[in-house]
Design a protein around this ligand. Structure first.
Ligand code: SF4
Length: 325
């Protein structure tokens, strides 16, 4: 599936869309992301926000009031997934933990609070869950433990420990991988998908590698978007129920990249709700980062024949409540 091209690829995408329609209908979930801080203690070789770049970057850390203010903009846009994302620093636990109950109140509890705050202690995950978090994204990035350690300077085992804690605590968990890392084989990408299935996660993603300026991998080649799209379709076929985003990295080298992501079977899009000032400082792919706003999302979704739906986890909760009443 990862090697498919031409007609075989058309068939692969068509099968992926069929499985998406069976599992979810012709709909896509919108998430509203707020980027809490661009400060990070980790030193990933592919990331412009890596620890070694701290002095060169314009660092910001939002407080709980600022997070709640941005969540209000997500609410006003009619989106019920508030996605709080940040570099990995311990103090996000307290800041985000304070903001979550206030956001829940704003949405009258009809909201999915999705976090992406990196590795934390089990007790911190437990605290955030108690505060009202619903779901958590912790990408494994690569299933190859040696490559993981080389690129992230952390152990793969520590990532897996966090993943198991999140699943055990009842989070809806998302993972994901990159395509096009130096030294990564096609077999390793296949294993990325199979690992996600074995873990029993609820969401998974694939993003093509972007060589970001100011990082040790700045001269490495871009990840192959065709392989990334094939991997999205393969994931949909392997696990039709997964939420699979059409990520902004797909649009970095191809204007219609996110539309192609939906044609390959994706069913989630993330819209940026950070203040313009901070969105420019959250250097996830370097300074000329492509920031997804609502108009771009609407175009990609209508082009793919998908309509917008709310959080599947909120809807499932409501259905469960209805059934017991
Ligand atoms: S990828 Fe995430 S954990 Fe790694 S340096 Fe960047 S922000 Fe930090």
């Amino acid at each position: 599936m990862l090697r498919a091209s031409g007609e075989a690829r058309e068939q692969l995408f068509s099968e992926a869309r069929r499985r998406r329609a069976d599992a979810h209908g012709d709909v896509a979930v919108l998430r509203g992301v707020v980027e809490v801080t661009n400060l990070c203690r980790v030193n990933c070789d592919y990331c412009p926000m890596r620890r070694d770049n701290t002095a060169a970057n314009d660092i910001y850390v939002l407080d709980a009031d600022q997070i709640v203010a941005r969540a209000r903009a997500v609410h006003a846009a009619g989106i019920d997934v508030v996605f709080l994302q940040a570099g990995e620093i311990p103090k996000t636990t307290k800041i985000v933990g304070e903001a979550i109950p206030r956001i829940r109140e704003m949405f009258d509890d009809k909201v999915e609070i999705l976090l992406n705050l990196g590795n934390k202690k089990r007790s911190e995950y437990e605290y955030l869950k108690d505060q009202g978090a619903t779901s958590y994204i912790l990408k494994h990035e690569t299933s190859d433990p040696a490559l993981y350690a080389k690129l992230r300077h952390e152990t793969f085992a520590s990532r897996m420990r966090c993943m198991e804690d999140l699943l055990d605590l009842g989070y809806k968990v998302g993972t994901g991988a990159m395509v096009g890392l130096p030294g990564q084989s096609l077999e390793s990408i296949a294993e990325d998908i199979l690992l996600a299935k074995r873990l029993g996660v609820h969401m998974s993603s694939i993003a093509p590698f972007i060589p970001a300026p100011g990082t040790p991998l700045e001269n490495h080649a871009y990840g192959d978007v065709d392989v990334a799209l094939n991997a999205i379709a393969a994931m949909r076929i392997v696990q039709p129920e997964w939420l699979i985003p059409s990520v902004s990295a797909l649009a970095k080298t191809r204007a219609d990249g996110q539309l192609l992501g939906f044609q390959a079977g994706a069913n989630v899009m993330t819209i940026n709700f950070s203040d313009d000032q901070y969105a420019g400082q959250y250097l996830i792919y370097g300074k000329d980062r492509f920031v997804v706003r609502r108009e771009h999302a609407a175009k990609a979704l209508s082009g793919a024949g998908l309509s917008v739906t709310g959080s599947v986890f909120v809807r499932r909760d409501e259905l469960t409540c209805g059934a017991t009443r």
